[in-house]
Design a protein around this ligand. Structure first.
Ligand code: NDP
Length: 486
């Protein structure tokens, strides 16, 4: 699969050789160069946008049922090739193969979900003040979408945009992260394989500051769908040179609150999963945990044991490992920095805090899952997104205090609560200032429900019907009739 994609971009229905394929893509577990992609030149960007523009009207004019058929076929093709696509993802991103396979299957699920939604696009009729007028509100696709995606979920974060946009009748130019381009190219190749018309899906590669920025500034792009850091999201919002729609799914700094009524073992299990899965490189990772003082010592001890029990390995060699390599040196450096900052300010290191031992880890970006207790909001770990396998814990005395600490952040993506008392659950879920609140579970996003952040975590939604409506405009058609006998 990699051979077919090496040095390529997907433009106008074909994998074409990039003009200068000199950007190296490395396996983060070994440092080995696995392939190369091009930094798209202006003329390559123009070709991709022109292809998407030419394909737009015919695609938008297809019936919802016909677009649905294409998306179902895409979901089937992706699921059928999940093993190869997962291996490709692990090679460029580092997560263990079984976890990567799970992500590919969720991408297939997104295809089928939006295939169904494509058949249910409908508008409204609205009464006017007099009976000879009526208003119809129709939904129309926005146009050509520029999708810019990060490296932590190279399949799903492309897929939500691709499927929502295609279901709505939009065409798309995708710019994946420079360090994980091949998964996006593989998805693009699947679109060609299942007969999605040429130009509907294009994938161009290269650095965000050049190629992503070109999409943002291009007048031929009607909407930017971006997932990435808050800093880049803000830059994108400020730098568009023509008015265009934007959905921005940005960073997080997500809290977990564990109350006196919580099932502690369930809370520990949830925290271990959501803090360390994908090495914590998840926008909805649990970054900080507030535990009621009465059960604080028990919780920190159990979470440290749970972290110590997790396995770290090369994700190709050990498909079942809990943690693979981190995707690059950058999040690993930030993890070490947050660790040093916290311990210098008095945090207690209870688990991890270092790379796993052994020559097999020498050339990759590996780190043990790390637990820090007695943290305060003077520490970066409690106030900034780390994007690494590390979590800080602090005690609280009252629910009010827990809410104040949890909301003490510029971010508003996801928050978590473990509690059994219904009054506590209601109080916390109402007061947590987040787009997503997960109670007694740690899966804050599901395909059927809208998923989005507030504050510096972004604007707009993915998932659910709302995820498709982000790619549609309203059109108000107001009609006057000459009514017989009036
Ligand atoms: P970045 O913001 O650095 O990059 C995201 C994408 O934007 C990449 O494709 C990047 O390209 C591109 N890019 C960079 N600069 C520009 C620019 N000036 N104009 C246009 N595009 C640009 O984020 P990361 O890739 O480091 O991803 C991690 C971040 O993503 C975290 O903050 C995380 O919280 C957030 N995230 C949010 C999610 C959500 O749903 N809210 C989900 C997952 C992650 P390149 O890398 O090739 O230079």
């Amino acid at each position: 699969m990699l051979q077919e994609l090496d040095g390529k971009m997907l433009v106008d229905g074909a994998l074409v050789a990039a003009e200068s394929p000199d950007v190296e893509v490395c396996d983060p577990a070994t440092g080995t160069v696995i392939g190369r992609v091009g930094a798209a030149r202006p003329q390559e960007i123009e070709r991709a946008i022109a292809a998407a523009r030419a394909a737009f009207r015919p695609w938008a004019d297809l019936s919802g049922k016909a677009r649905s058929g294409h998306l179902h076929a895409l979901g089937d093709a992706i699921a059928a090739d999940a093993d190869a696509m997962a291996r490709l993802m692990t090679l460029e991103q580092g997560k263990p193969v079984n976890e990567a396979r799970g992500e590919i299957m969720k991408l297939a699920e997104a295809c089928h979900f939006y295939a169904e939604e494509a058949t249910r696009i409908h508008g409204e009729t609205i009464p006017n003040d007099s009976p000879d007028f009526t208003s119809i509100v129709e939904r129309e696709p926005v146009g050509v979408v520029g999708a810019i995606t990060p490296w932590n979920y190279p399949a799903e974060l492309v897929g939500w945009k691709l499927c929502g946009a295609l279901a709505a009748g939009c065409t798309i130019v995708i710019k994946p992260a420079e360090i994980t381009p091949f998964t996006a190219l593989a998805i693009g190749a699947k679109c060609v394989e299942v007969g999605i018309p040429a130009g509907v899906v294009n994938v161009i590669t290269g650095p965000g500051s050049v190629v992503g920025q070109a999409l943002v500034e291009h007048k031929g792009i009607d909407k930017i769908a971006f997932t990435g850091s808050s800093a880049v999201g803000l830059r994108i919002q400020q730098s568009a040179t023509s008015v265009k729609q934007m959905s921005l799914e940005l960073g997080g700094n997500c809290p977990l609150i564990v109350t006196a009524s919580a099932n502690i073992d369930a809370a520990v299990k949830g925290a271990a999963r959501r803090s360390f899965r994908n090495c914590g490189q998840i926008c909805i990772a649990i970054n900080r945990i507030y535990v009621v003082r009465a059960v604080y010592d028990t919780f920190v001890e159990k979470l440290a044991s749970a972290a110590d029990a997790l396995s770290v390995a090369n994700g190709i060699e050990n498909p079942d490992a809990d943690l693979g390599a981190m995707a690059s040196a950058e999040p690993l450096d930030k993890t070490r920095q947050h660790l040093d900052d916290a311990t210098a300010k008095g945090a207690r290191l209870l688990a991890g805090g270092k790379a796993p031992e052994g020559s097999v880890f020498a050339k990759g970006h590996f780190f043990r899952p790390t637990v820090l207790a007695d943290c305060t909001h003077e520490m970066q770990i409690m106030t900034e997104e780390t994007f690494g396998p590390i979590v800080g814990i602090a005690p609280f005395d009252t629910l009010d205090e827990a809410v104040t600490l949890a909301n003490d952040t510029p971010y508003g993506l996801a928050s978590y609560v473990f509690a059994k008392d219904a009054d506590e659950i209601r109080y916390l879920s109402q007061r947590l200032d987040y787009g997503n609140v997960a109670v007694n579970n740690v899966d804050a996003g599901i395909m059927n429900a809208p998923y989005g952040g507030r504050k510096q975590s972004g604007v707009g939604y993915e998932h659910g019907r709302e995820g498709m409506l982000q790619y549609m405009n309203f059109k108000h058609v107001r009609m006057r009739f000459d009514l017989p006998g009036a």
